[in-house]
Design a protein around this ligand. Structure first.
Ligand code: ADP
Ligand code: MG
Length: 307
C-alpha cells in the first residue's frame, strides 16, 4: 500500500461507492464509502493537494474562500499525514485504539485515505451531550487513549493534535473502543518538515510547544491531561478572558480545582491531572506508566475515591 501502488491502478470510484459526508476538517472532507466487491464500509478522507478551506466542520459549511495559505504548506501537510499513516501501518496497526489505514488513492481531486470506519462519533460530541463523565467513565477514556499513545510513542510518533474532535468511537455502543485519528500534524522522531512550528488547538497545546516549539511524546500527555480535566468537569482547565491570558495560564501550568464540581472528585484523579499538566515535560507520566496507573485501571475502589 503506497501512493505508487495506486498509480495506474484502479481509481477510487472503481473500487468504492462514495457515500455521504461524515465530517469536514480544516484540510479535508471525509465521506463514507462501501467497497464494491466485498461490501466493507470505510471512511474516505480526501486531502486536497492545493489550498485549505474545505470549510468549517462544526457548521458543515463549505468554504468559498479558496486557498488561504501557501499551497506548499498544505502539500507538506498532506505528505506528512501519508508518511505518518504509513509508519502506523508498518509498525502499529492493527490497534484497537488507532484508526487503521486500508489504502491510499490519488487523483486530480487530491489524495484519498481509505480508513477504518468509526461510526460511533467523536468524543467531542459525547462530552457535549453528557456534559461531564463519572470517574469510572473518564478513566476508561484515558486508558483507551493512553494505550493508543503508548504504541504511537513506541513507534516514534508524536500525535501533536490530541483533542476530543480527533478521537472517534468505533461504534455507537457506549463502551466501544475509542480510536485516535487525524495524523495531519503528527511528527516522526526528530524529522524536520515544514509542519514544525505549527500546532493544533491552543486549548490542548503543551507549554514547551508554545514556548520552544518543542515536540515530545510528553506533549501528547499534556493534551491528555487537558482532556481528562474536561471529562471530569465539562470545561477546559485554561480559559482566560483573553487569548493572552489563556496562553499565560498554560505556560504557568496554572490549573485549579476550586470550583464546586471538583469537591466530589477524588484526590487520585486530581493528582493525575496535576501530574499530566506538569510544566516540566519530564515530570509527566509516560503513556506506558498511565496505562498501569491504579486509577486509570479502575483498581481504586469507590470508597477510596472520596477526596
Ligand atoms: P482534519 O485533519 O482536516 O481535521 P479529520 O481527520 O479530523 O480531518 O476528519 C474530519 C472529521 O471527519 C472528523 O472529525 C470526523 O468527524 C470525520 N472522520 C474522520 N475520520 C473518520 C473515520 N475514520 N470514521 C468516521 N468519521 C471520520
Ligand atoms: Mg481533525
Amino acid at each position: 500500500m503506497s501512493l505508487q501502488d495506486s498509480n495506474g491502478r484502479h481509481r477510487l470510484q472503481d473500487d468504492y461507492i462514495i457515500g455521504p459526508v461524515l465530517g469536514y476538517g480544516g484540510f479535508s472532507v471525509v465521506r463514507k464509502g462501501v467497497h464494491k466487491e466485498n461490501g466493507t464500509e470505510v471512511a474516505i478522507k480526501t486531502l486536497r493537494k492545493q489550498g485549505f478551506g474545505y470549510g468549517d466542520k462544526k457548521n458543515g459549511r463549505k468554504s468559498t474562500a479558496g486557498p488561504t495559505q501557501d499551497s506548499l504548506i498544505s502539500e507538506a501537510l498532506v505528505a506528512n499525514e501519508i508518511i505518518v499513516m504509513q509508519r502506523i501501518v508498518e509498525n502499529v496497526s492493527p490497534h484497537p485504539n488507532i484508526v487503521h489505514l486500508h489504502d491510499v488513492y490519488e487523483d486530480e481531486a487530491g489524495v484519498h485515505l481509505v480508513l477504518e470506519l468509526c461510526s460511533g462519533g467523536e468524543l467531542f460530541d459525547r462530552i457535549v451531550a453528557q456534559e461531564k463523565y463519572s470517574e469510572a467513565q473518564a478513566a476508561k477514556v484515558v486508558k483507551e487513549l493512553a494505550t493508543g499513545l503508548c504504541s504511537l510513542h513506541d513507534a516514534g510518533i508524536v500525535h501533536r493534535d490530541l483533542k476530543p474532535e480527533n478521537c472517534l468511537f468505533l461504534t455507537p455502543e457506549e463502551d466501544n473502543h475509542l480510536k485516535i485519528m487525524d495524523f495531519g500534524l503528527s511528527q516522526i522522531d526528530g524529522a524536520t518538515s515544514p509542519i514544525v512550528g505549527m500546532f493544533g488547538s491552543v486549548d490542548y497545546v503543551a507549554p514547551e510547544t508554545l514556548s520552544h516549539r518543542d515536540v515530545l511524546p510528553a506533549s501528547d500527555m499534556w493534551s491528555l491531561g487537558v482532556i481528562l480535566y474536561i471529562l471530569l468537569c465539562g470545561y477546559p482547565p485554561f480559559h482566560g478572558t483573553s487569548n493572552k491570558e489563556k496562553l499565560d495560564l498554560i505556560l504557568a501550568g496554572d490549573v485549579n480545582f476550586e470550583e464546586y464540581t471538583w469537591k466530589t472528585i477524588s484526590s487520585h484523579a486530581k493528582q493525575l491531572i496535576r501530574d499530566l499538566l506538569a510544566v516540566d515535560p519530564h515530570r509527566r507520566p509516560s503513556a506506558k506508566a498511565l496505562v498501569s496507573d491504579p486509577w486509570v485501571r479502575g483498581d481504586i475502589a469507590k470508597q477510596d475515591r472520596l477526596p
